[in-house]
Design a binder for this molecule. Structure first.
Ligand SMILES: [Zn+2]
Length: 335
């Protein structure tokens, strides 16, 4: 899922996004609550109508943002209070409130409100956060009012594999339509993410979507798919684009580099995207050097197409039974 935090995937229109092969996108409860507010989205007819995207949308609950971005937060059993970074106003977010906001936004998949412990944190703090996440899940389920929205639970437990497993087992009891592994990509080394995924995924039902939150490099995705993960979200393709970087067959290129100035070949001649089919590296390099806004649109289109294409190729290889062989370079630890 490309990330559309504020009800848009940055610099890309829904039409262009559809052309990348992306099917589902992620929007952010916390950010949309602050601006424009869920009331306006609801009055517009829900998130799909508001942003002109007819494909599936997932909203994350805001837990991750509250715990990672907000100053002056206080955590209690009832929920979390924090100061809005926009106007300093104190906001209280609870499981009930997070679900009410997501019910109003109207995404297809909504996420339980979780406590995301920082990395590193003591075992005790992480266990408390994971246990609270399970108690909050029960409240989320009770508060959830729309049968047309699938509520996913989120496994916590930090880098402690036994706590991850305990959290996963307690979530599965609720027989939810899908499950996510959260609290990763918070600063821990990539090897640990892989260990967490391998220890946790098998405990989540195979016939339900299993979602690894906030992860989306080539290697992380290939390894997680091998463990049974189905869904990812990641800002990497669009964020890299805004920094003038292109993802090309597993590599990261800075198109402002001198070597591209007089390179009149396509970015990737095998790539089906609009940017590669229409423009040259020299042109993209020129746009970036001139800070023309079109540069970010074209690179975002390409980067999303590239990463979505990577997962499509994996899907094809799984069907053909050649995944382990064809993707062996990505399935090994990074050198
Ligand atoms: Zn391309």
């Amino acid at each position: 899922m490309p990330v559309g935090t504020l009800a848009n995937v940055k610099t890309v229109t829904p039409d262009q996004l559809q052309g990348t092969g992306a099917q589902m996108i992620l929007a952010n409860t916390y950010h949309l609550h602050l601006q424009p507010g869920e009331g306006i989205v609801e009055r517009a007819g829900g998130l799909h109508r508001f942003m002109g995207w007819s494909g599936p949308i997932l909203t994350d609950s805001g837990g991750f943002q509250v715990f990672s971005l907000s100053d002056m937060r206080s955590i209690e059993e009832s929920g979390v209070s924090f100061r809005s970074p926009r106007d300093g106003q104190v906001i209280h977010l609870s499981p009930e409130r997070a679900i009410a906001i997501q019910n109003a936004l109207g995404a297809d998949v909504i996420m339980a409100f979780d406590e995301c412990a920082p990395y590193p944190a003591s075992r005790e703090a992480i266990e408390n956060a994971a246990d609270r996440t399970t108690r909050w899940l029960e409240r989320c389920i009770k508060a959830h009012e729309r049968a047309d929205q699938a509520l996913f639970g989120i496994v916590q437990g930090g880098t402690y594999l036994d706590l991850r497993q305990k959290s996963a087992r307690s979530l599965v009891e609720f027989d939810l339509p899908g499950y996510a592994i959260g609290g990763v990509s918070v600063g821990e080394p990539p090897e640990l993410i892989e260990k967490i995924v391998q220890a946790t995924t098998p405990l989540l039902p195979k016939d339900k979507p299993r979602y690894l939150m906030g992860v989306g490099t080539y290697r992380e995705m290939a390894q997680a798919i091998a463990a049974g993960i189905d869904l990812f979200d990641c800002v990497i393709p669009t964020r890299l684009a805004r920094h003038g970087n292109a993802l090309v067959r597993g590599e990261r290129w800075n198109l402002k580099n001198n070597r591209f100035r007089k390179d009149f070949t396509p970015l990737d001649s095998d790539c089906p995207c609009y940017a590669c089919q229409t423009f040259t590296r020299a042109y993209l390099s020129h746009l970036l050097r001139s800070r023309e806004l079109l540069a970010y649109t074209l690179l975002s289109i390409h980067n999303i197409t590239e990463l979505v294409g990577f997962t499509q190729k994996i899907r094809q290889a799984i069907i053909q039974g050649t995944f382990a062989q064809d993707f062996r370079n990505w399935l090994q630890p990074a050198k």
